[in-house]
Design a protein around this ligand. Structure first.
Ligand SMILES: C[S@@+](CC[C@H](N)C(=O)[O-])C[C@H]1O[C@@H](n2cnc3c(N)ncnc32)[C@H](O)[C@@H]1O
Length: 166
């Protein structure tokens, strides 16, 4: 299956909902640098965040930024450049970040090397799978979430989230 241009796979709304329910940071400025159709931004705004929103489709390439546009990022970035995305975010001054990611992000050699550079504070698996790639049928992959309260945590807390938490 060929991937969509710019890895444009909008985040399933069930995932956005639980991320917003479980993020423990007080609302403030947040950068959504890969905003796509704006669904994450709108959900963040509805919770009281002030969102700074960009996307490469508007000519704003995340890798061209030399300074973070806010100290917090919350997004679902393109998975095909996920590792570079994480390194670049912290290189340009991001302090906290929540990323929707592949459930196997850390489970390989490159994952381990990045874990040593930028260990997240929390890593979360979901109890359900969404067909986020639009392949049809029963999804064979699940989305996960990595959350950094700091660019390198001493320890990572493992969590499993159910959908529609009260
Ligand atoms: C997986 S989609 C997610 C979109 C949105 N964040 C969401 O949660 O639905 C990835 C998005 O990243 C954008 N994108 C891809 N490469 C990018 C880059 N280098 N800089 C900024 N945006 C990029 C794509 O256009 C697409 O909208």
């Amino acid at each position: 299956m060929t991937r969509r241009d710019k890895d444009n796979y909008p985040t399933p709304r069930s995932i956005i909902r639980v991320v917003l329910q479980r993020i423990e940071w007080p609302c403030g400025d947040v950068w959504e640098p890969c905003a796509g159709d704006g669904r994450f931004s709108h959900a963040l705004q509805s919770k009281g965040w002030r969102v700074i929103e960009h996307d490469i489709k508007d000519g704003l390439d995340f890798f061209d930024w030399e300074k973070a546009q806010a100290s917090t990022i919350i997004t679902n970035p393109p998975f095909n450049v996920m590792r570079n995305f994480i390194d670049h975010a912290f290189d340009i001054g991001v302090e906290r970040m929540a990323l929707v990611c592949n459930e196997r992000l850390w489970a390989c050699g490159k994952g381990h090397a990045q874990w040593c550079r930028h260990r997240p504070s929390r890593f979360v698996n979901m109890t359900w799978r969404e067909d986020y790639l639009g392949k049809g049928g029963s999804p064979d992959r699940a989305l996960a979430v990595s959350i950094w309260d700091t660019p390198h945590a001493d320890e990572c807390k493992y969590e499993v989230w159910n959908r529609d938490i009260a």
